[in-house]
Design a protein around this ligand. Structure first.
Ligand SMILES: [Zn+2]
Length: 487
């Protein structure tokens, strides 16, 4: 039975008979070499490190959404819970902007693309996942018997078009990585010698050496429907009754949620015995505790921020967090798109400069606190900023005067110093009216200040809340204005 398939939902691991035979042979060898003593089955999690590489174009576009990555890793762990595997991140996420790692839409060159990635970006001892775009595939992951083709290295290629939360390509490709064949192996080619029969009657069945090689996965065909609506028959004329919930099938992602017992057992055998994969077991982690969500501090919700000058984003520190993911996004729901993402380690603030193309737009931002060992991260609430034109510098600085409040940002209740000078110091003998205005126009501070040596200072009322304020005063015929952040 041969079906035309939609290239965008295609997996790169369609094996011809000769390759399927190599998988069956590999499994025989694995059983012979297996040291069963190493098959720990005491219910303890087997922790496996994952190194993530994200490839963007040379212009820094088309990068995979890291927030989705954290959700997908969590979903991966859920899918693999029955195997006892637990996948955790190796810091840091490797981001590479280079057109050479972006596909050209031809799925037949994806194998070569993956070879390039594996040879240039590789973390030894971890499952390396390579996220890129335009591969013409959803993903691919070489089988253990193919290790020699990649110099003994391994890897999983993922197209970002099939990597949204809820999509099952990642657990599916990991299945290939751990030596699972498609449940429809052999049935997608008319002349296959390894097409699996539906029957499980002992004298008639061929499930141990055809199809995916497992007898507890029903014979399947390449079919996307769920529930199964086809009426195809196997080579003996029996109707297929596929299990649409199997992750190694092609049935709709929303229906896929499991591996069979034999598939699970085999993946464990592979991890404990395959030469290129036992290395994952080297460092077992024991910490599975998560972290709380963070709260966003600055800018305040719906605050106006200027394009072309850096905006400081600030959030609360979270106990135990290893890193924070700042996502600045347009749109919402399924149409949400990051315009900027950064994984920030050891800090709770970050500067971003909106370009003027965002002028007049309302842009969302949020922060995900996470631990490398715990991809089950919780994203913060989402807040918004309005991107506006910068205040002309002529207002800040007329003629040769400069005006910088210090410190800036300042803590609530803190004291602020004003320094005024030009090349030759100007003596200011009269007290000056200094005002602080909130973005909504509310006057929150108004005092006469004495300047000496062109300097004045004052204390902020600690009832003045976090936010951005304009400080202004007049001197002679000039108006002075500066922005100050209370954090
Ligand atoms: Zn596949």
């Amino acid at each position: 039975m041969f079906l035309n398939v939609n290239a965008t939902s295609y997996c790169g691991m369609h094996l011809i008979d000769e390759e399927a035979l190599q998988v069956y042979d590999y499994r025989e060898q694995l059983k012979l070499n297996q040291s069963s003593a190493r098959m720990n089955d005491d219910g303890q999690l087997i922790t496996i490190p994952v190194k993530v590489h994200i490839f963007g174009t040379s212009a820094g576009e088309q990068r995979y959404n890291i927030e989705s990555l954290l959700v997908q890793l969590d979903e991966l762990n859920e899918s693999y819970l029955p195997t006892g595997f637990y996948f955790y991140l190796v810091p840091d996420i490797n981001i590479v902007d280079n057109d050479m790692f972006i596909g050209d839409g031809d799925k037949d060159v994806a194998r070569k693309l993956l070879g390039n990635m594996i040879s240039r970006h590789y973390h030894y001892g971890a499952v390396n996942i390579y996220y890129t775009s335009n591969t013409g595939l959803c993903g691919m992951a070489p089988f253990p018997f193919m290790s020699d083709e990649y110099g003994g290295r391994t890897g999983v290629l993922m197209d970002i078009n099939c990597s949204k939360p809820g999509e099952m390509t990642l657990p599916h490709e990991f299945g290939h990585h751990f030596d699972l064949l498609h449940t429809f192996q052999g049935s997608d080619s008319e002349n296959s010698l390894y097409s699996e029969y539906v029957t499980r009657i002992d004298s008639l069945k061929n499930c141990t050496y055809a199809g995916d090689g497992f007898c507890d996965t029903p014979a399947d065909i390449l079919d996307y429907s769920c529930p199964y609506t086809g009426d195809a028959k196997d080579l003996r004329g029996q109707y297929y009754v596929p299990d649409v919930s199997l992750i190694m099938s092609y049935h709709a992602d929303r229906c896929q949620n499991k591996f069979s017992e034999q598939q699970i057992q085999h993946m464990r055998e592979v991890v404990f015995n395959d030469t290129a994969r036992t290395v994952y077991l080297k460092n077992q982690i024991a910490d599975f505790s998560g972290v709380e969500a963070t709260s966003l501090l600055l800018p305040t919700n719906n605050e106006e921020v200027e394009h072309s000058t850096p905006t400081v984003f600030k959030w609360d520190e979270v106990d135990g967090a290893d890193a924070y993911l700042l996502s600045i996004v347009t749109g919402s729901g399924s149409r949400e798109n990051p315009i900027y993402q950064s994984v920030i380690i050891g800090q709770t603030s970050h500067e971003y400069n909106f370009s003027n193309r965002y002028k007049g737009r309302t842009i969302g931002w949020k922060v995900t606190a996470f631990k490398w060992t715990q991809p089950n991260a919780i994203v913060s609430e989402k807040k918004y900023v309005k991107v506006v034109d910068p205040i002309p510098t002529s207002i800040y600085n007329r003629e040769s005067y400069t005006f910088n409040p210090y410190p800036n940002p300042v803590n609530p209740g803190g004291s602020v110093q004003i320094n005024l000078f030009d090349g030759e110091r100007t003596n200011i003998s009269q007290p000056i009216h200094v005002q602080l205005t909130a973005l909504n126009g509310q006057l929150v501070f108004d005092q006469l200040l004495d300047f000496s040596n062109n300097q004045a200072s004052f204390g902020l009322d600690d009832r003045i809340q976090s936010g951005i304020y304009f400080m202004s005063f007049e001197l002679g015929d000039k108006n002075y204005r500066a922005k100050i952040i209370v954090q």
